[in-house]
Design a protein around this ligand. Structure first.
Ligand code: UDP
Length: 324
């Protein structure tokens, strides 16, 4: 049995990760300040043996007795991380320093949840880990992109200078249960809109691409990276199947069975036109690749949201299938 600290454990990926670690019989300390999550997200975990909730902020010194740390704490959806960009940058940078200082003191292994956003508007596709990115350092996404780039830099400084057992994963777009219905990400927006019978909001012309990874696959990748011998650098975790936003909208509509109307909105500034991971490194070193296809992942996600979003026209037949 291992004692884990999961910072940001009440967030979307954090809640799924905490659940998986508890399923495997481990102890989990979930540290969260609920700045972009809610206690409701971990309500199903609080009574489980081995689970401890610690309400706190990674911008302050952390003292938790843990063998291994998954460091996820940071607002991660573009509308959320842009609400208070200074807070986002502080969380990335001070959070990394505080987590790394704790790992340095205690000898705990520590994994940073970095992001495909560090590639910015990519000039190569798919993006391998060796691609150094094309980020606008002063745009509205910079607080997150540059914050995570700085966190990566801190991780490798602590690895080199202090021998900290650090690992960095770069997460590409992920979806699944425990996404916040109102956090503004594309999959949660489309599902909530379709379930509510509202038009789906497409930003730009919908030709930009994303590659969607189901959260269970991502969590499996996290565990493999943590268990693996040290890798030479960061590792991409994501689904290499690239789709346009219009294709994603159509996949959601097919599963929900409603929400056929579409509303076009302006493309937000610095919205990347392409995002697709090269996962050769994860395949070779971790024997990892996503197992859940988009249709199956969306069915599970729609079933999760169906119980939480008030349907506008009564239950859609397809949801009964999805919930089975
Ligand atoms: N998007 C969209 N409609 C929405 C929300 C997002 O068309 O209601 C687009 C957004 O402009 C971006 C893509 O979907 O091109 C993914 O957005 P998301 O916020 O999920 O994550 P990102 O990959 O941009 O960090």
């Amino acid at each position: 049995m291992t004692r884990y600290l999961v910072t940001g454990g009440a967030g979307f990926i954090g809640a799924n990760l905490c659940g998986r670690l508890l399923d495997e019989g481990h102890q989990v300390v979930c540290l969260d300040n609920f700045s972009s999550s809610t206690p409701a997200n971990i309500l199903h975990l609080v009574d489980r043996p081995g689970f401890t909730l610690l309400v706190g902020d990674v911008r302050s010194t952390i003292r938790v007795d843990a063998d291994e740390i998954f460091h996820l704490a940071c607002p991660a959806s573009p509308p959320r991380y842009q609400v208070d960009p200074v807070f986002t940058m502080e969380t990335s940078v001070l959070g990394a320093i505080n987590v790394l200082e704790m790992a340095r003191r205690t000898g705990a292994k520590v994994l940073l949840a970095s992001t495909s956003e560090i590639y910015g508007e990519p000039a190569v596709s798919p993006q391998p880990e060796t691609y150094r990115g094309n980020v606008n350092s002063w745009g509205p996404r910079a607080c997150y992109d540059e914050g995570k780039r700085c966190a990566e830099s801190l991780f490798y400084d602590y690895i080199r200078k202090y021998g900290v057992a650090g690992r960095v994963v770069r997460i590409f777009n992920t979806y699944g249960p425990h996404m916040a219905p109102d956090d503004g990400r594309v999959v949660s927006n489309f599902i909530v809109q379709a379930l509510s019978g509202e038009p789906l909001t497409i930003y730009g012309d919908g030709s930009q691409t994303r590659s969607l990874c189901y959260v269970d696959d991502l969590v499996e990748g996290f565990l493999r990276v943590m268990a693996a011998p040290v890798l030479p650098g960061p590792v991409n975790l994501g689904n290499p199947h690239e789709r346009t936003i219009l294709e994603i909208a159509s996949a959601v509509v097919d599963i929900v069975g409603r929400g056929r109307s579409i509303e076009f909105h302006p493309l937000p500034m610095d919205d990347p036109s392409r995002r697709c991971p090269d996962i050769s490194l994860a395949r070779a070193h971790l024997r990892w690749e996503p197992a859940v296809d988009l249709g199956e992942g969306l069915r599970r996600t729609v079933a999760y949201f169906a119980g939480r979003v008030a349907p506008a026209f009564g239950p859609a037949v397809i949801l009964a299938d999805a919930a089975e």
